[in-house]
Design a protein around this ligand. Structure first.
Ligand SMILES: Nc1ncnc2c1ncn2[C@@H]1O[C@H](COP(=O)(O)OP(=O)(O)OP(=O)(O)O)[C@@H](O)[C@H]1O
Ligand SMILES: [Mg+2]
Length: 246
């Protein structure tokens, strides 16, 4: 289905259905990130203020190189800020040590990347189970339910090399939801897919957001998709600007 048709199908009102914007779950205060490069200090984020509410789908748009992935990595505890604060509920992430940050990532955050980041030597089921295996547990039942939910129940024993891009991304989405994270961070989740497949993957994200009541933060180049979001931000010149709140 073309994006326009899909947009007609899921109106803003429908996108809101079943989602009650709750408390602020993740927030940043004057968040700054600089990189040391051979050419000097590159200031990418220059004081980002952001508030993500529970159950919302927030989208971040911005030009290539504006710092979207950098921001997502900081929110997910994959990298540390240079200055400023990130609060997950009432916990300041900058005060956590490396072990506590890993625990934050594992328990509370799911990631979906543009290039899927599945492990080629593991089956789809094992890939989906990965977050629980690191934790010492194995919840095959939930992994199978999730694989079925993303339309891949018949492919549980297949390897990533046997799947299409859309199937790989659907597997990555199932994996991101495995630990029932409080927040799922998606970096260009449809950026590597053709339009029709991208629509299907996005439709799935919206359905899962409703079903699992998960909070999503999605970085996207695809401005048509922002119609689904409760909050839209644009990252420009290192600062985040709120574009719309329904
Ligand atoms: N580890 C790093 N060391 C030095 N510079 C970096 C590093 N990571 C990112 N950058 C620079 O920071 C800026 C922002 O990068 P980032 O990947 O966050 O942008 P983006 O908005 O995600 O871009 P795109 O839309 O192309 O994915 C870019 O100029 C990039 O070159
Ligand atoms: Mg990026």
């Amino acid at each position: 289905m073309a994006i326009k048709a899909l947009l007609q199908k899921v109106t803003r009102k429908e996108a809101k259905k079943g989602i009650t914007a709750g408390e602020v779950i993740l927030s940043t205060h004057q968040l700054c990130k600089s990189y040391q490069t051979p050419h000097g200090n590159l200031k990418v984020l220059k004081g980002v203020d952001l508030e993500i509410k529970e159950g919302e789908m927030s989208m971040i748009v911005g030009r290539s190189g504006s710092g979207k992935s950098t921001l997502l990595h900081l929110l997910g505890g994959l990298d540390r800020a240079t200055l400023g604060k990130i609060f997950f509920k009432d916990r300041d992430l900058s005060h956590l040590n490396d072990r506590q940050i890993s625990e934050y990532r594992l328990k509370h955050v799911g990631f979906v990347f543009q290039f899927y980041h599945l492990l080629p030597e593991l089956t789809l089921l094992e890939n989906v189970l990965l977050p629980t295996m690191i934790n010492g547990g194995r919840d095959q039942k939930r992994a199978k339910i999730l694989l079925s939910r993303v339309g891949l129940s018949g492919r549980a024993d297949h390897y990533p090399s046997e799947l299409s891009g859309g199937e790989l991304q659907r597997t990555a989405i199932a994996r991101a939801l495995m630990n029932q994270p409080d927040i799922v961070l998606c970096d260009e989740p449809t950026g590597n897919l053709d339009e029709q497949t991208a629509d299907q993957v996005f439709d799935l994200l919206i359905q899962l957001q409703k079903e699992e009541k998960t909070t999503f933060v999605i970085v996207t180049h695809e401005s048509a998709l922002t119609a689904y979001a409760q909050s839209i931000y644009e990252l420009r010149d290192g600062v985040l600007e709120k574009i719309r709140k329904i």
